[in-house]
Design a protein around this ligand. Structure first.
Ligand code: GDG
Length: 461
């Protein structure tokens, strides 16, 4: 078995006990342990001058190697090119995308720094798996350093349509750098199709129906490989005593009202404002439901150094405040809007207590919350998942109530339909959803990607 090297912007090694860990960290940790591999990335820390010094740690049997970056790197690479350029562009928000040469320069510099420090750790037979939009050019930077290993890249976010990608200066160089990988994985067929459209239409290259591209004597394979959750772990979390206690407390505080739940990083791609407005539309159309429902929106802040994130926070406070001001009574607040994170088991309990899971991003690579909501439900009395058509998860979770998050009416109608849905129909919809979440879980995803990568031939000298 080849050793696995995982590379991602940030590294989240196991903390002992999996209670509070995301599924991705849990799954990768198990593969790293099995193959005696390494997880390489940025420590999240800054030093005045980049030294390339590597901090090696071993947590719960998983070896990690991290480097510190300079403040200029954080500004230009992380807050800049990753979060102000690529993130908005790849989520179709060219109105928010900032195209600055300094960002592109910082992105190239940090990817070179990753390559310089990682290269000496790589042994000839290692499989290298690079994650996400922060590190697109890393594969090419490693090839330039004589690295002939099998290398795969997985994109966690959507691939944008060709016409939007054309707004990015140096779009062709970015796309071509991906051909240094042997396997390029996307969450959905929609993303893969957009990539193929660019490669064929813009670069004039041929992509076979099997996803194979021949580039300069090498074979590059495009695959869809939708990420899943640690379904079994999540179910266990929903069943443990702490979660049961949290569940009871939640039901008590709901006071017999039907709860709608939203859980999202505070990010404009998640469609939070549109969601609040849709819920307002529902309240306006259904006065008989007032005092009988409430929306719990959990939205821990993220990327607080980027302006657009400060703006969204302010506008959400204004919208939720306005709606509560218009509809609340002495006993009832229609929106409970919380800007803090919760431990995983409590989150599982909240999902279970919610009659409706409201997952309405405007654009999302996958969206794991949708899958977690499904996994946490009581099989005898499951809630209803309302899911945006524009979340990657919609390609798998067909039995959810699929909605257009841009249409307040559509979402409001779905809320009304979900509240009225009889138990038999809720069960009939939930069963296939749960079957999918359990079958295509995070371990399935990881094994599938690694198997595709292991199948490729090493690059010839
Ligand atoms: C990117 C892509 C893709 C949230 N609040 C709390 C909390 N969370 C956890 C959720 C979920 C995770 O964070 C969020 O995952 P998502 O998939 O919803 O979204 P992104 O962070 O944008 O992730 C996305 C994903 O990568 C994986 O490929 O699905 O499309 O954008 O697991 O539960 N967890 C805890 N407390 C919170 O308050 N413990």
């Amino acid at each position: 078995m080849s050793r696995l090297i995982v590379v991602s912007n940030r590294v989240s090694p196991p903390t002992g006990g999996n209670a509070n860990q995301g599924g991705l960290a849990v799954a990768l940790a198990s593969a790293l342990r099995e193959s005696d591999g390494i997880w390489f990335g940025w420590s999240g820390e800054e030093v005045e001058r980049f030294t390339g010094e590597i901090d090696y740690q071993r947590n719960d049997g998983v070896a990690t190697a991290t480097i510190d970056l300079e403040p200029q790197d954080t500004d230009e690479y992380y807050n800049g090119y990753a979060n102000r350029t690529l993130w908005p562009l790849f989520h179709y928000r060219i109105d928010l995308a900032e195209y600055e040469r300094s960002f592109a320069g910082g992105y190239a510099r940090v990817n070179s720094r990753f390559a310089d420090t990682l290269r000496p750790l790589i042994e000839p037979d290692d499989l290298i798996w690079v994650h996400d939009y922060h590190l697109i050019p890393l594969g090419l930077a490693l090839r330039r350093r004589e690295c002939r290993n099998r290398m795969g890249f997985f994109l966690h976010i959507p691939w944008p349509p060709r016409r939007l990608l054309l707004t990015l200066p140096s779009h062709a160089a970015l796309v071509k750098s991906l051909f240094a990988y042997d396997v390029i994985g996307f969450q959905t067929a929609d993303s893969l199709d957009a990539f193929v459209d660019y490669v064929q239409g813009e670069l004039g290259m041929f992509v076979g129906s099997d996803g194979i591209i021949h580039v300069a004597g090498r074979v590059v394979k495009l695959i869809t490989c939708p990420i899943g959750i640690d379904a079994a772990g999540f179910r266990r979390a929903a069943d443990d005593p702490a979660a049961r206690a949290a569940h009871e407390a939640m039901l008590e505080s709901a006071n017999g009202r039907a709860m709608l739940i939203g859980v999202d990083r505070l990010d404009y791609s998640k469609g939070l404002e549109e969601r609040f407005l849709a819920y307002e539309r529902f309240l306006a159309a259904h006065p008989e439901k007032h005092e009988q429902v409430f929306l719990l929106q959990i939205a821990p802040p993220s990327r607080v150094e980027v302006n657009s994130y400060q703006e969204i926070r302010a506008s959400l406070e204004a919208v939720s405040g306005r709606i509560n001001g218009a509809y609340a009574s002495a006993e009832w607040v229609p929106i409970r809007y919380v800007n803090q994170g919760y431990p995983r088991d409590e989150l599982a309990a909240m999902y279970r207590a919610a009659r409706i899971g409201l997952v309405t991003p405007l654009r999302d690579g996958m969206n794991l919350v949708a899958k977690e909501y499904v996994a946490a439900q009581d099989p005898d009395d499951p809630g209803v998942l309302i899911l945006s058509r524009f979340a990657g998860a919609a390609e798998q979770l067909r039995e959810a109530l699929l909605v257009n998050p841009y249409s307040a009416e559509d979402v409001a109608d779905a809320i009304a339909a979900a509240l009225a849905m009889p138990r038999e129909e809720r069960i009939a919809r939930w069963l296939p959803l749960m079957a999918n979440v359990e079958r295509e879980d995070v371990t399935w995803w990881m094994r599938r990607f690694i198997a595709e990568l292991a199948d490729m031939r090493r690059a010839v000298a």
